[in-house]
Design a protein around this ligand. Sequence first.
Ligand code: PEP
Ligand code: MN
Length: 254
Amino acid sequence: MIDKNDFLVIAGPCAVESRDQVFRIAKLVKKNGISFFRGGAYKPRTSPYSFQGLEQEGLHILKEVGQKCELKIVTEVTDTDLIDEIAKHVDILQIGTRNMANYALLKKVGKLTARTHQPVLLKRGFSSTIEEWLLAAEYITKAGNPDVILCERGIRTFESATRYTLDLNAIPVVKKLSSLPIIIDPSHGTGHSDMVIPLSKAAVAVGADGVILEVHDRPKEALCDGKQSLDEEEFRNFMAEIRKIAEVEGKKVV
Ligand code: PEP
Ligand code: MN
């Protein structure tokens, strides 16, 4: 799905909170020339007391925003029972870090998307080795869908200054071992909005094929992951910085 000279940017809120919130943020990202929008309808939260997502209603909102704003939509599939329904509403299916080793989910997503030709964005498990992650990707390719996008989203280390440790080493390692595209998620990988731009620039330089990041027009009011979300001005700066370094690397931001 990603041309070797493209640098893919997928932006949007952590969670779909309301129709109004999604449309506001979609317009904001669209204004910056972005065509891929992220947003979680089913949220796999560490705490069962945290906001769990708008679920089915969230899917309807995502489909509507995709059509009205001409955006390709990325959302997470958390459960084998939800795959068909989610696939009808969005363009790219995301498998989150907590489900990277859910082999029943990988097989079923692989089988369905082999028919629908939808790309699958596979996050790295936060305690998984690169080898385990690449083998997880093979569950999808073996089921008939070669269109897998790997996403390095940070691993758990002894370091507690950041939410996770974004493993930029993974990019050249994956480039050596696999022909699949690899993008990074600096929002979850660091947990801090002020680290998103520098790490994204580093990712372009080290050979990544793109970035998925969280953007919210009112980060302080976000129901999920506000601290790591860029606001409108920060996102504008992000785009300007990424375009500059992508050009140096001979890549086009898409
Ligand atoms: C997300 O991208 O919404 C998400 C929950 O990410 P991760 O699976 O990397 O934690
Ligand atoms: Mn999030």
